[in-house]
Write a protein that binds this ligand. Structure first.
Ligand code: GLN
Ligand code: ZN
Length: 758
């Protein structure tokens, strides 16, 4: 009996083989054949991992050379006009990455994960046509290795919902142009065998859907599920509950319905109707988004709970979503502390968990062989150890969290800003930067050598200090007013702090695909967080000692640290966030006591932490604002607190941003003129604002005139007393040759404006 199910598997490879070969191919160092060879090898290996672990439902078409949404666009012939002179792999990679004649398609975050997909471009004029070669070929490929797969595709409602219209209008207007292609695709798939299972991913069903979109579900799945009697259709959702869509789906002739019971607790409410419908229920219970070992006893409890309503025969045990969002295999974590490692589980280990859970659930513990019994016992042990380990539970942190007396600055902005302006004496339209300066080869090399103990701490420090000196010299010569040290010692704005906080862990090989060939290696929070000693004070005070100008201290905020890490799942996220806030609070205090007068607390990922469901937003905003305020609550009134956010759309969240009560916020409006800034004026936002005046995401050097125009357009919206002038993000990814003239032009532009105003 087939009983366990994996929604999808990571594809980048346990040694990031796919990344490596793609990047080699893109620079012209290998042929496309080589790319395909590696791809075949990886697919085969990944299928075998699943098969050997005893997984019953294994996917094909979960592999992609770049991205699954892009693959679906190709399948449907949704090719933007600017790429139509190209074919095959040239076409594919041009759409993803652009070429000399055509800009790449846009990329955006896949729901609330850190994975980014390519946004399909649709237009009423386009003629869509089916191109299902890859899907068919991959199925046959698996079959040739003796594995009969289910075929994964992204569902039409999600595909259309995540696309954009280039001819203006609602993407769903194209629904009737696109749905017939899905029918054709399914008809093609039906030719493959006497019975084929197609997994249709509809994660958009977990969002708050409007009535119009909801009304498409019945029509769509009545059609798709009746294309051929040879097809079985499984509709999958993840990352949240999909109760509204489920109600409709059960009235269609689909065969399986997949729900996330970890991140969508409310799905429990759908059990009765699913039971009545007699459909198979795929129960997402092994976490596809985090790295903790499953608590098998707890999972079994939940499954038993579910099986009181849905009969066991109709249940499949599954990952909560594709395993794409977790790293590959723990066996490569050779340097990790054994106790901590024993709490973790990556994709390959999750397969074993699934297999074990389903075996116990369906056949009882007595069905386990010796090895499986051992695995099960070890799972219990690991979970007990996590519950009790002193490395996780730090009473002093907990006591401190429970006895916070001061949770925000005790002064009003209006009073603070007067005192700050007097003390800091910055002019109107004060110039500054966001923190980092170009991360040169030498800087990276020095950091790496220090990490690998190839150079001494002294040598390392002197190299960093030299970089800081150069940064300061440049900023002074350039005429910037509020300086930064340049962040050469930071590899990453979260990792840098994580490495110094107690309760944080790091992996050697915990790579997760972020987009295309790019991977990130998020640190993980396993225990109560505390700060054994100051993290930035030495560097910042060194920098301040080298200049008479004001040196801005640079920190990352609690919400961003949280959102860019794997977070422990044994306490609430908001409780973890509070602990981090306290650590940052101490750092702010140490910086100001060391004479630092302006401190920036970056919240680059504040917005991306927003929940998928509107009803959960108030709770998120409540603790996210609370913890930002807590993290700067040690700042005295004369200490100016800045924050930086890497986006420009504040329409929905402006009141929340205001409530964070930073004295100055820098944001990313450079690419949108003053349009998006209007919201600040509209709500009467009173704190100071530094809208980016040029886009650092491109190597282009903005001219003085251009920046003058930009500043003028900002002045149409906000008064000069309220404005700061800065680039729109940190400069670490740029080259000095770009940064120097750009900032010089920015400073000149401010001089021009000041003269005009005088
Ligand atoms: N201070 C950081 C930097 O300048 C901010 C980076 C970010 O916003 N992503 O690099
Ligand atoms: Zn930024």
């Amino acid at each position: 009996m087939s009983k366990n199910y994996v929604i999808g598997f990571p594809r980048i490879g346990e040694h990031r083989e796919l990344k490596k070969v793609l990047e080699k191919y893109w620079v012209g160092n290998c042929s496309f054949d080589e790319v395909q060879n590696i791809a075949s090898l990886l697919k085969q290996r990944h299928w075998n991992y699943q098969k050997n672990a005893g997984i019953d439902f294994i996917s094909s078409n979960d592999f992609s050379l770049y991205d699954g949404m892009l693959d679906m666009a190709i399948t449907l012939g949704a090719i933007p006009l600017r790429f139509r002179n190209q074919k095959n792999e040239e076409l594919y990679f041009s759409m993803a990455r652009g070429n000399s004649d055509a800009v790449a398609m846009e990329m955006t975050k896949w729901f609330n994960t850190n994975y980014h997909y390519i946004v399909p471009e649709l237009s009423l004029e386009d003629k869509y046509r089916l191109n299902c070669e890859k899907i068919i070929q991959e199925y046959k490929e698996a079959l040739s290795h003796g594995i009969k797969t289910k075929i994964n595709i992204i569902g039409p409602i999600t595909f259309i919902g995540l696309s954009k219209r280039i001819d203006r209008g609602d993407t769903y207007e194209l629904f009737h142009n696109i749905l017939p292609l899905y029918e054709k695709l399914l008809a093609k798939i039906a030719e493959l065998d006497n019975e084929v299972l197609v997994q249709i991913d509809e994660p958009i069903f977990v969002k708050d859907l409007d009535a119009k979109v909801l009304s498409l579900i019945k029509f769509t799945y009545d059609k798709l599920a009746s294309v051929s009697p040879k097809l079985k259709i499984s509709v999958i959702t993840y990352f949240e509950h999909s109760t509204e869509a489920t109600k409709i789906l059960i009235q269609t002739p689909i065969d399986f319905i997949g729900l996330d019971f970890l991140y969508g607790e409310k799905n429990i409410q759908s059990l009765e109707i699913i039971a009545k419908s007699n459909k198979k229920l795929i129960v997402g219970i092994v976490d596809g988004r985090n790295i903790w070992k499953n608590n098998i006893d707890k999972s079994l409890e939940k499954l038993n709970e579910i099986s009181k309503i849905v009969k066991k025969d109709n249940i499949l045990v599954s990952s909560s979503c594709s395993l794409l969002h977790t790293p590959f295999a723990l066996k490569y974590e050779e340097a990790m502390d054994e106790e901590i490692k024993n709490w973790l589980s990556y994709s390959v280990e999750k397969l074993d968990e699934l297999s074990l859970i389903s075996k116990i659930f369906f056949f009882g513990k007595e069905s386990l062989n010796e090895n499986e019994m051992l695995q099960y016992k070890n799972n219990i042990k690991a979970n007990t150890s996590r519950k009790t380990s002193s490395r996780i539970h730090d009473k002093s942190v907990q006591d401190r969290v429970n006895t916070i007396t001061k949770s925000q600055r005790d002064s009003l902005y209006e009073d603070r800003i007067k005192i700050q302006k007097e003390r800091l004496k910055y002019k109107e339209l004060a110039t500054t930067t966001i923190g980092s300066f170009p991360q040169t080869k030498e800087v990276r090399k020095a950091r790496k050598e220090f990490k690998n103990s190839q150079i001494t701490r002294e040598t390392y420090k002197s190299k960093m200090k030299k970089y800081i000196d150069d940064c300061i010299t440049f900023q002074e010569e350039c005429g910037l007013e509020i300086l930064v040290h340049g962040e050469p010692e930071r590899n990453d704005m979260v990792e840098y702090f994580g490495e110094q906080l107690k309760g944080y862990g790091f992996s050697q090989n915990g790579w997760v695909q972020s987009y295309g060939s790019r991977c990130v290696k998020p640190p993980f929070i396993y225990g109560d967080i505390s700060r054994p000693k100051p993290m930035t004070v030495d560097w910042i005070t060194y920098a301040q000692s080298k200049t008479d100008k004001i040196m801005k201290g640079m920190l990352t905020g609690p919400v961003t640290i949280l959102n860019w890490s794997f977070v422990r799942d044994d306490i609430k996220r908001s409780d973890v966030s509070k602990q981090i806030a306290l650590a940052i609070h101490d750092e702010v205090n140490d910086l100001q006591n060391a004479g630092i007068k302006i401190i920036q607390v970056d919240e680059a990922a504040f917005k991306e932490g927003y929940p998928l469901r509107k009803s959960d937003i108030p709770a998120y905003e409540e603790w996210a604002v609370r913890d930002f305020k807590l993290s700067v609550s040690s700042a005295r009134k004369e200490t100016q607190i800045h924050t930086h956010m890497c986006y420009s759309e504040f329409n929905d969240i402006i009141k929340t941003i205001e409530a964070m009560d930073a004295d100055v916020i820098s944001i990313e409006t450079a690419r949108s003129g003053n349009e998006l800034l209007k919201i600040f004026a509209k709500v009467g936002y009173k704190q100071e604002v530094g809208p980016g005046v040029y886009d650092i995401h491109s190597p282009r050097i903005p001219s003085v005139d251009e920046i003058v125009t930009q500043i003028k357009s900002l002045l149409e919206v906000l008064p000069k007393e309220q404005l700061w002038i800065n680039p729109d993000c940190g400069l670490k990814t740029r080259k000095w040759e770009e940064v120097k003239p750009s900032l010089e032009n920015m400073v000149k532009a401010v001089e021009v404006i000041r003269e005009e105003l005088a």
